[in-house]
Structure formats: structure tokens, C-alpha cells
Design a protein around this ligand. Structure first.
Ligand SMILES: Nc1nc2c(c(=O)[nH]1)N[C@H]1C(S)=C(S)[C@@H](COP(=O)(O)OP(=O)(O)OC[C@H]3O[C@@H](n4cnc5c(=O)[nH]c(N)nc54)[C@H](O)[C@@H]3O)O[C@H]1N2
Ligand SMILES: Nc1nc2c(c(=O)[nH]1)N[C@H]1C(S)=C(S)[C@@H](COP(=O)(O)OP(=O)(O)OC[C@H]3O[C@@H](n4cnc5c(=O)[nH]c(N)nc54)[C@H](O)[C@@H]3O)O[C@H]1N2
Ligand code: SF4
Ligand SMILES: [Mo]
Length: 689
């Protein structure tokens, strides 16, 4: 493919998006001129989002980093000179060797996330390198870890309803997700179900694009969803809308739960959530009486102090009504576990000389760099842009400015993070690589083979870590494996029966190969919780010092309906900063066609909150708290309840339109479970500028 100047070639969308679309790259004279959807993929069916239709703009962007760079100005200034790969690799290896001699290998910290979802790029050769090095380990809790942990306390296994099944549902509840922007093919399936009579209910803190389509949109105060789900349980038990036979056979602790939820009366829950008591009853009855009923749990509601418990609580609902055994019913949080690959073979933890090496949270990068003892002296960032995406970016920036910190950033662009780098390495785009992709939503594994040659001197993560391993003198075979060797190793995994039959040969032939979903038919009988049942009562949680039964726990920072704004918190408004439609986290924040669509960062503010501050639509306003400030334009709207303000999108600071970042305001506390990030548990105030 790489040597053919013209033609249409298969590809995979590499972005951190549940859809993992199958793509077609149209080449003319050796260049990709168009990106379209591949109609052969059974789920994504040839439709792709506007972002990735513009992917060629990103691949051929004039500002792509094409050569290794070395810092010449001060940290933060962003001044670099070109160097060779030999110089860059030698400098990194020399610095690492000196630091290891002086301080030990744990003074080196890798920082990465899923800027490219290719498993070889982010869970492959990179892990081998940092394991062999003995670096400090990174807990990657920035995205979905609180919710996933909460789900597993209830269900054991990290999978739920299959997308194909959801078209059968008659009631679909989208809870804390903006699927129109973040999971467009699930929306297509929902629309199919609606044509057959299904109702769509959206529960969110603001009427986002998905809420605007709903048959019923239910706004609530941030972080109060657990209380709403408990109020629904109260009504379901009280009115006998539960499936006793299902609970008896498949659940643990239903008698305790029945007693426990008596305290969550609709009136009390209304006071906490801001949802009227009649609506709570109506929602519970609708859920209890409609079958199949499907709940799609988004990522939004788990970016909170209580995010784990919230998802745990909601995931108990289908167990009360027995919806798990109704085709088209049940729930989804993540389907990542179905496609789990052989991570031991890929990451080679056995290469680590110090298996007990310390672990730090990626959500606390600022603190880690500023206060960890013994300190981090070297940071290696790839597939992530922490200066924009990590909580409390003011602190992150201070850490990155440390003169004695040696920072390497491997990226396609001079992101805000690279401004603090000592060495910048140029990364290939995923269309220049071989890699393997699974989806955390649908059940297809896909193969990417290079369609174009690496641009400039850019290199893939796999190649870069191989070079670094060689320079460090690592002699293990693992560092000589090819991409194809690694794919075979990843797929050979007898502990995951769903992966049976997925091979490199089949992938080369078919591109997208479906997991073997047969084991799913009996999964409820083999749950991996300690009782092997759905745990409405969890002794494991109790041992972890958390409430064993689903329980509403108020946010640390902020308020719910019971703690009125201003009384208990110094800042009266809750600030929610979810993704926007045209970026993918901070990716595309430098692609003009897409930034033009988003115009500039906005703050959606309720008319009551605006009037109280003398703010009118279009005003320049400052959002602030003790951590920092964010300068945005006000958009006065009643999409939220009073007391909540919303600003979508992770903008680059160096973009002309923005002088500040949403994450300057967000706290670096960890959620109740999974070490999750709590971006949306942020209290602020707003003033005119
Ligand atoms: N276009 C686009 N698509 C993306 C991304 C992107 O940046 N842009 N990012 C990708 C990634 S990494 C992820 S993790 C997913 C995330 O996508 P989703 O799962 O859709 O989650 P979010 O967009 O983070 O948040 C969804 C909604 O949660 C709401 N929310 C916040 N707090 C609460 C609460 O307490 N209760 C309730 N009920 N709702 C709340 C927000 O208002 C928002 O509308 O999307 C992926 N897809
Ligand atoms: N306020 C607020 N903050 C948030 C969120 C929110 O909703 N609100 N969402 C959070 C969530 S859910 C997530 S997942 C995180 C995401 O945060 P990140 O994972 O940091 O995602 P991106 O901002 O897309 O940055 C990915 C970077 O990887 C680079 N990259 C892409 N491919 C490759 C490659 O093959 N090799 C290398 N070396 N680099 C590559 C891209 O150019 C880009 O700069 O952000 C979190 N931050
Ligand atoms: S970002 Fe999501 S919807 Fe868009 S092409 Fe990629 S996988 Fe598909
Ligand atoms: Mo994410």
C-alpha cells in the first residue's frame, strides 16, 4: 500500500473514541487526499465523523514536527533547533544512564495515554522499555477508571450489552454521555430503535446535543446521579416492579438493598438532585414497566469525587428488573474486557528489575513533579498532552518548568506540553504504522498497515522505543520483535475465550474480525465477583473501606440540592468541562477547519446566574477559583439548572483565541475508586471582564 501512489486503502481510526471506525484512505500521487468510512464494517458501516473526514489536514499539517528538536530557549518558551535522531537518542540514553547511576531508575517517569489507541503503540514496546528500565510506574486513571472500577464491584466482568442488541430496546436511557458527539454509531442504533417505537431518555447536567434529541431530558445537579438511581430503586421495590426470581438466582444482597433504599424517598432525592419527585417516580415506573430497557452509561458522571459509587449504583438497576436476560436490555459502561489481549506478552512485566517500583497517578502530575520524594528527574511524554488535559494545569506547568527536570516529548505537533521539553521527537501518524486496534464498545478487532511512508524523519512509538532500548544496551529478544511478532503475541491469549479465532492471518484477509461472542450467552452464571453473582451488596467494597451497599456520597467540592450554593462552599457554581464536538480531547485543537467550527471557548451560564452577576450573552467573562482562572465568552442559556456552568472542549493555550485552559480550574483529587480523575467536581465563580 505504502508504495502504491494511487488507490483506496483500508485503515482504522486511531482515536480514543468508542466507535473505532473502519476507514478508507484515498491516495493520489502518493498522498492521502480523502478519508471516508469503510462500508464493509458491520457496525460503523461507512459513516465517520467530521473530525476524521478532516484527518488528512492533520497528517499533512504544515506544523507537523518532522525532525527531532532540542530546546534552545528557556523552558516554556518553545524555542528549538533541529538535531539528528542519533544525537537525540544518544542524549536521552546518556541522561538516563547518568540519572540511574545517581538516583536509581525510579527517577524516570513515563507519561502516556491513548492519543493513538494502537495497542503496539501504547501498551507494547513502550511498556517493555520502561519495565526493563525499572522506571516509576504510571497509574492511568485520567479517563474511565473510577466508573470501570465501580462497574466491576457490581458485575465483576468489564463488559455489558452488545451494540447490535440495543436496536431491540424499547427504552434507552443515556446517562451522563453525549453520544451525538462521542459515540455517533450508538446514536444510529438508537435512532433505529426509536423508529420501532423506543423512547430516549437523557439524564445530564446540561442539555447537550444528545439531550436535545431526547423524548425526555432530565437535568440534575452534578454528582447526584447515585441519589437518582437510589430513588428509582426505592420506587421499584415499593411498587413491586422488581424481578424476584432474577434477583434470587443472579444477585447477592437484594434483601439488604431493599431495606437500605427505603431512606431514598422521591422527596429526599428530589432535594438532592434537583429532579422533581414526580419525575423520579415517573422515571422509575417507566424503567420498571418497559422491556427491553437499556442503560448507556457515559463517562461524564464518573469524573466526580463519587464517580465509582455512582456507576456501581446505576449498574445495579438492570439486576433489580431482570433486564440482563432480556435481549436488548441491560447496560453498558465499557465493553473493553471482551477484546482483552495478552498484556503480559505485550508489556513483559517480567523484564522489570524492580517489580515493587512505586506507582504515581497521572492525575496528580503537578504534585508528582513538585513534591515527590525521591524526586522525578526525567519525564517521557507520549500519546498525551498533559499541559492541557491533566487536572490542575497550573501545578502541572510549575512542575514542567523545573530546571532540573529532563523532559522528552514524542508527538506529531508542538503541543502545549512540548513547550517545556528538552527534546522533542517527531511521531508518525497511525496511517504510517502497523498496529492492532480493539474497541471498547463494539466487538471487532482491526489491523492497520502503513498506507503512506513516515513523514519527514518521524518514527512510530515502537521504532523509537526499540532505538532507545538499543542505546541503553538492552539485549533481550523482546526489543527485536517486529510489529507482526507482537500482534501474534497479543492475540495468543487462552484466558480470554472471546479472542478465540482472531488471528493475524484472518486480520490481513478481512481487516475487521469479530470476537467470538458465544461465551457471552452464559456470562451471568460465571461472574468474577467473590459471590459469582451480581453484587448488590459488596463485601469487597466494605473491606476497601467504602459502603458495601450502593450509597449516595456528596461531592467533596461543590454542592447538591441539600447543600445550597454558597453556604458550605466558597464558590457557588459547579464548573463542568466535557469534550466538544469537533476536537478529540486536545487533538485537532490546531486544525483550523475544526477550530473554526467551534469558534472560541464558551461558558454556558443560566440566565439567573448571569443576571446575578450582570452578565449578558456574548460578554467576556473570567471563571475562577483558588487554583486558577479561565477566560471565555458567556453564552446565556437555560440548558442547565441554575448553579451549573458548562464549557466544552480542551483548547490549546497557544491558540490565538485562548489565553488560558479549562483545566486551570479542575482539582487533582482522586475519585472514590480506581484512582479516577474528578474533572467535573469543580466549584467556581464567574465575573465579567
Ligand atoms: N467529539 C469528541 N468525541 C470524543 C471525545 C472528544 O473529546 N470529542 N473524547 C473521547 C473520550 S477520551 C471519551 S472518555 C469519551 C467521553 O464521552 P462521554 O462518555 O459522552 O462523556 P463526556 O463527554 O465526558 O461527558 C458526557 C456528559 O456528561 C455530563 N456530565 C458531567 N457531570 C455529570 C453528572 O454529574 N451527571 C450526569 N448525568 N452527567 C454529567 C456532561 O455534561 C456531558 O454532557 O468521548 C470520546 N469521544
Ligand atoms: N477538563 C477536562 N479534562 C479532561 C477531560 C474532560 O472531559 N474535561 N477528559 C479527560 C479524558 S476522558 C481523557 S481520555 C484525557 C485525554 O487526554 P490525552 O490522552 O492527552 O489526549 P489528547 O489531548 O488527544 O492528546 C493525545 C496526544 O497524543 C499525540 N499522538 C497521537 N498519536 C500518537 C502516536 O502514535 N505517538 C505519539 N508519541 N503521540 C501521538 C497527539 O498528537 C496528541 O498530542 O483528557 C482528560 N482531560
Ligand atoms: S473519532 Fe470516532 S466516530 Fe470519528 S472516525 Fe474516529 S472512531 Fe469514528
Ligand atoms: Mo477519555
Amino acid at each position: 500500500m505504502i508504495h502504491e501512489p494511487n488507490g483506496v486503502f483500508p485503515a482504522v481510526c486511531p482515536l480514543d473514541c468508542p466507535d473505532t471506525c473502519s476507514l478508507l484512505l484515498h491516495k493520489e500521487n502518493g498522498k492521502i487526499v480523502k478519508v471516508t468510512g469503510n462500508p464493509d464494517h458491520p457496525i460503523t458501516q461507512g459513516a465517520i465523523c467530521n473530525k476524521v473526514r478532516n484527518m488528512a489536514e492533520r497528517v499533512y499539517h504544515p506544523e507537523r514536527v518532522l525532525y527531532p528538536l532540542k530546546r534552545v530557549g528557556a523552558k516554556g518558551e518553545g524555542k528549538f533547533e533541529r538535531i539528528t535522531w542519533e544525537e537525540a537518542v544518544k542524549e536521552i540514553a546518556d541522561r538516563y544512564q547518568t540519572l540511574i547511576r545517581k538516583h536509581g531508575a525510579e527517577t524516570i517517569l513515563p507519561y502516556s495515554f491513548y492519543g493513538n489507541m494502537g495497542i503496539l503503540s501504547v501498551d507494547g514496546m513502550d511498556r517493555r522499555f520502561f519495565n526493563r528500565l525499572g522506571a516509576t510506574q504510571l497509574q492511568q486513571g485520567i479517563c474511565n477508571s473510577a466508573g470501570n472500577a465501580g462497574w466491576r464491584y457490581t458485575m465483576g466482568f468489564g463488559g455489558g450489552t452488545s451494540p447490535e442488541e440495543t436496536v431491540k430496546a424499547k427504552l434507552i436511557i443515556v446517562w451522563g454521555g453525549n453520544l451525538v458527539s462521542t459515540n455517533m454509531h450508538q446514536v444510529a442504533l438508537i435512532e433505529k430503535a426509536r423508529k420501532q417505537g423506543a423512547q430516549l431518555v437523557v439524564i445530564d447536567v446540561h442539555r447537550n446535543r444528545t439531550g436535545q434529541r431526547a423524548d425526555w431530558f432530565i437535568p440534575l445537579y452534578p454528582g447526584t446521579d447515585g441519589a437518582l438511581a437510589l430513588g428509582m430503586m426505592h420506587v421499584l421495590f415499593e411498587r413491586g416492579l422488581v424481578d424476584e426470581a432474577f434477583m434470587e438466582r443472579y444477585t447477592h444482597g437484594h434483601a439488604e438493598l431493599r431495606e437500605h433504599v427505603k431512606q431514598y424517598t422521591p422527596e429526599r432525592v428530589a432535594a438532592i438532585t434537583g429532579v422533581p419527585a414526580e419525575s423520579i417516580v415517573k422515571l422509575a415506573v417507566l424503567y420498571g414497566e418497559t422491556s427491553p430497557a437499556y442503560i448507556h452509561i457515559g463517562n461524564g458522571l464518573q469524573h466526580h469525587d463519587n464517580g465509582g459509587m455512582t456507576v456501581r449504583t446505576i449498574s445495579c438497576l438492570p439486576a433489580l428488573t431482570g433486564q440482563w436476560i432480556v435481549p436488548g436490555g441491560g447496560a453498558f459502561k465499557s465493553n473493553g474486557a471482551y477484546g482483552k489481549m495478552n498484556s503480559t506478552a505485550l508489556e513483559r512485566p517480567d523484564l522489570r528489575p524492580n517489580p515493587g517500583a512505586r506507582t504515581v497517578s497521572m492525575n496528580q502530575l503537578g504534585d508528582v513533579l513538585l513534591t515527590l520524594d525521591p524526586p522525578i528527574h526525567a519525564l517521557y511524554v507520549y500519546c498525551s498532552n498533559p499541559a492541557v488535559v491533566a487536572p490542575d494545569t497550573g501545578k502541572v506547568e510549575q512542575g514542567l518548568l523545573r530546571e532540573d527536570l529532563f523532559t522528552v516529548v514524542h508527538d506529531l505537533f508542538l503541543t502545549d506540553t512540548t513547550k517545556y521539553a528538552d527534546i522533542v521527537l517527531p511521531a508518525t501518524s497511525s496511517f504510517e504504522n502497523t498496529d492492532l486496534y480493539s474497541s471498547y464498545w463494539h466487538h471487532y478487532i482491526q489491523l492497520q498497515e502503513p498506507v503512506i511512508a513516515p513523514r519527514g524523519e518521524s518514527k512510530s512509538n515502537v521504532e523509537t522505543f526499540k532505538l532507545l532500548a538499543e542505546a541503553m544496551g538492552f539485549e533481550e529478544e523482546a526489543f527485536r520483535d517486529t510489529e507482526e511478532d507482537m500482534i501474534r503475541q497479543a492475540l495468543e491469549f487462552r484466558h480470554n475465550p472471546y479472542l478465540e479465532g482472531v488471528t493475524l492471518e484472518k486480520l490481513k484477509e478481512q481487516r475487521a474480525v469479530k470476537l467470538n461472542m458465544e461465551p457471552q450467552q452464559t456470562w451471568l452464571d460465571h461472574l468474577s465477583t467473590s459471590s459469582q453473582k451480581i453484587e448488590l451488596y459488596s463485601a469487597t467494597l466494605e473491606r476497601a473501606g467504602l459502603p458495601p451497599l450502593p450509597t449516595y456520597v456528596p461531592l467533596v467540592e461543590g454542592y447538591d440540592g441539600e447543600r445550597r450554593p454558597g453556604k458550605d462552599t466558597p464558590y457557588p457554581l459547579m464548573f463542568v468541562s466535557p469534550p466538544n464536538h469537533s476536537f478529540l480531547n486536545s487533538t485537532f485543537g490546531n486544525v483550523e477547519k475544526l477550530t473554526a467550527l467551534e469558534k472560541s471557548p464558551l461558558l454556558q451560564i443560566h440566565p439567573d446566574d448571569a443576571a446575578a452577576r450582570g452578565i449578558v450573552d456574548g460578554d467576556d467573562v473570567t471563571v475562577w477559583n483558588d487554583r486558577g482562572s479561565y477566560e471565555v465568552k458567556a453564552s446565556v442559556t437555560d440548558r442547565m439548572l441554575p448553579g451549573t456552568v458548562v464549557s466544552q472542549g480542551l483548547w490549546w493555550q497557544q491558540e490565538e483565541r485562548t489565553r488560558s485552559r479549562a483545566n486551570a480550574l479542575t482539582p487533582d483529587r482522586l475519585a472514590d475508586m480506581g484512582g479516577g480523575a474528578v474533572f467535573f467536581s469543580t466549584a467556581v465563580d464567574v465575573k465579567r471582564r
